[in-house]
Design a protein around this ligand. Structure first.
Ligand code: BG6
Length: 608
């Protein structure tokens, strides 16, 4: 996954604006960066491998002439992160420059064909076929927009493209298929970007570009959208985004991750204000489904895992939580018109999730979506979707979007329980009341436990491996706690349903081996105590996340983190995960790592 940005200025030069836009997209990929501008009919390119700040120190990305330009921050998929593979890529005549986010699956055969026509390639990337295809089109007398269209029609795979050419030096031409692309409109200026936060400090007027569309951006913020298929003009007005730039900035926190952890009380409140009609409609589809799958990747998959307990315990609905990249292999043949699949994806753009979705759609299954990004691909392909309103999620390791997903899924399970009358109204009202108080409980945990957790991170920062154990729905919380630690502090960690830990993993236990237990005061409490004793008997260091005042468990623990009293089991993952997010964050700091830029990861992976 990469970030693309482009701008046509009213006055001044484009380069500093592009540079700043790419900085706001850096969480999308940060192994190389580059910009292209046009001035006085000439193309200027600066690019290199490395993070934006390092490349800027070397090349000064602001010092490029011209009021028009495009830029790119990369997360390598094809071609290692070397300068030659950094974007923009150009044609043989150095008249066309292209930046691209996505994967061009048909690039090898296109490259061979173009080389046979005498084109000379410089990089190992898939992207470089685009400027050469555009060059062909221009040679055949097409306009830049037509040449980009012809090129796009040859591309299999996913792309968000931005193209400039010295032949038409006042235009940026963009095209989109699967990868995200938005346009920002500002008096006399226009921007294109991979997502809205990139131009939010400049304008709140966002124009959504749909799949299979091309947009021509001209000076003076005029634009024209056309369908790639039949070249028809698509009239569309920009929408005003109710996000303010500050929401995209760190608001004084040292890292986006910590800012987003502390945003959870607000983001959880947002989930309690979602539009009923979509929640009810989704409940309707779940109620009449023949079979229900909950499909996602990474943290979103852990939300699905927890939801499977919620749906079964509250609505007596059996659901199958499935890791998206395994869905087709595991259920591809059996999924059918009676299947209903709820796809959960914060970004709404994760390729593995969209691939499973596409397969399900082709087999006439009912596709539902839960996402955080309006206008994302998931929202366009789902029969019904719910947008969880967590605001821009920039920290690569998902935090606030996880707890928001859980809150929405719990609300769906409660609505289904009510509809099916499987649980007494008293219990439903009790749970709904508790859900309303979840935001305050989150605030309490952040206020009362943060210092303690910082101390625990200091104590365990040298540990080589961790166990995360929980029973029932807490096994999902344990899995998410483990993922957070691995994602940002690189400590190998194992999560297991606590009952299963004695069937193998316990062999790793030796004196001082840290074992984290997630143990709310629910039906699993007693069994968890015996699991703690098993680990303790072998010298493990026991860290428990337990209910405030749970002296029975605290007696057996070396360290404990307390969560407010009276959290129902079904809602417990929403709160019991927060100490785990903070623990992972402070462990990363203790180990001298940047929690916002975990190696090898990206916010959402748009390649399969
Ligand atoms: C990974 C992110 O790339 O994708 C995780 O690093 C995330 O944080 C996972 O949970 C799934 O992303 P999404 O957007 O589909 O929820």
């Amino acid at each position: 996954m990469c970030g693309i940005f482009g701008s046509i200025m009213k006055k001044g030069t484009a380069a500093p604006v592009i540079h700043a836009g790419l900085k706001r997209l850096e969480y999308r990929g940060y192994d190389s960066v580059g910009q292209a501008t046009i001035d006085d009919g000439k193309l200027f390119i600066k690019k290199d491998a490395g993070k934006i700040d390092d490349v800027h120190r070397l090349l000064d990305l602001d010092a490029m002439p011209g009021m028009i330009g495009i830029g790119h921050t990369r997360w390598a998929t094809h071609g290692a992160p070397y300068k030659v593979n950094a974007h923009p890529h150009t044609d043989c005549a150095e008249e066309v420059a292209v930046v691209h986010n996505g994967i061009i699956e048909s690039f090898a055969e296109l490259k061979a064909e173009l080389e046979a026509h005498g084109h000379v390639f410089k990089s190992k990337t898939d992207t470089e076929v685009v400027p050469h295809l555009v060059e062909e089109g221009l040679k055949n007398g097409l306009s830049l927009a037509e040449a980009v269209r012809e090129a796009a029609k040859r591309l299999d795979g996913s792309y968000a493209l931005a193209v400039v050419s010295t032949r038409e030096p006042d235009k940026i031409v963009c095209a989109r298929k699967e990868s995200p692309l938005v346009v920002g409109i500002n008096e006399g200026e226009v921007y294109c970007a991979s997502d809205i936060p990139a131009f939010l400090p400049l304008t709140k007027k966002a124009l959504i570009i749909e799949d299979g569309e091309l947009v021509v951006l001209n000076g003076g913020s005029s634009y024209e959208i056309r369908k790639l298929s039949d070249w028809s003009v698509v009239p569309r007005e920009p929408e005003v985004v109710d996000w303010n730039p500050e929401m995209a900035e760190k608001q004084g926190y040292p890292h986006f991750m910590l800012k987003e952890i502390y945003e959870q009380a607000d983001t959880l409140r947002n989930t309690l204000r979602l539009q009923n009609q979509f929640l009810d409609l989704m409940t309707e589809f779940l109620d009449r489904a023949g079979e229900v799958f909950l499909v996602a990747c990474g943290t979103s998959y852990h939300a699905c895992l927890a939801a499977s307990y919620m749906f079964s315990k509250l609505a007596f609905l059996a659901t199958h939580p499935i890791i998206a990249s395994e869905f087709i292999e595991q259920h591809g043949r059996s999924v059918n018109i009676d299947s209903t699949i709820l796809f959960v994806s914060q970004s709404g753009e994760t390729a593995d999730t969209l691939a499973a979705l596409e397969h399900a759609r082709l087999r006439a299954a009912t596709v539902l979506g839960l996402t955080n990004v309006i206008a994302s691909t998931l929202t366009r392909l789902a029969r019904v979707y719910v947008c969880q309103q967590s605001g821009p999620a920039i920290g690569v390791a998902a935090t606030k979007t996880f707890t928001s997903q859980l809150s929405v899924l719990a609300q769906l399970a409660l609505r289904l329980a009510k509809k099916r009358g499987k649980v007494s109204h008293v219990e439903i009202e009790f749970l709904e009341k508790k859900l309303e108080h979840i935001p305050e409980f989150a605030e309490t945990i952040l206020k009362t436990q943060s210092d303690k957790i910082t101390g625990l991170a200091q104590k365990y920062s040298k540990s080589q491996c961790f166990f995360y154990l929980g029973r029932g729905i807490s096994s999902a919380t344990a899995s998410e706690g483990r993922l957070k630690l691995m994602e940002i502090s690189y400590v190998p960690s194992i999560a297991y349903p606590a009952g299963e830990s004695k069937h193998g993993p316990i062999s790793l236990i030796e004196p001082g081996f840290p074992v984290v237990f997630i143990c709310p005061k629910d039906e699993t409490h007693r069994a968890v105590v015996s699991n703690i004793m098993e680990m303790k008997a072998r010298g493990a260091s026991i860290i428990v996340v337990c209910e405030e005042g749970d002296d029975e468990i605290k007696r057996y623990a070396d360290d404990f983190i307390e969560v407010p009293k009276g959290i129902p089991e079904i809602l417990s993952p929403i709160l019991y995960v927060i100490p785990m997010q903070l623990f992972a964050y402070y462990m990363a700091l203790e180990r001298g790592l940047n929690p916002d830029m975990p190696r090898n990861l990206a916010k959402s992976v748009t390649v399969k």
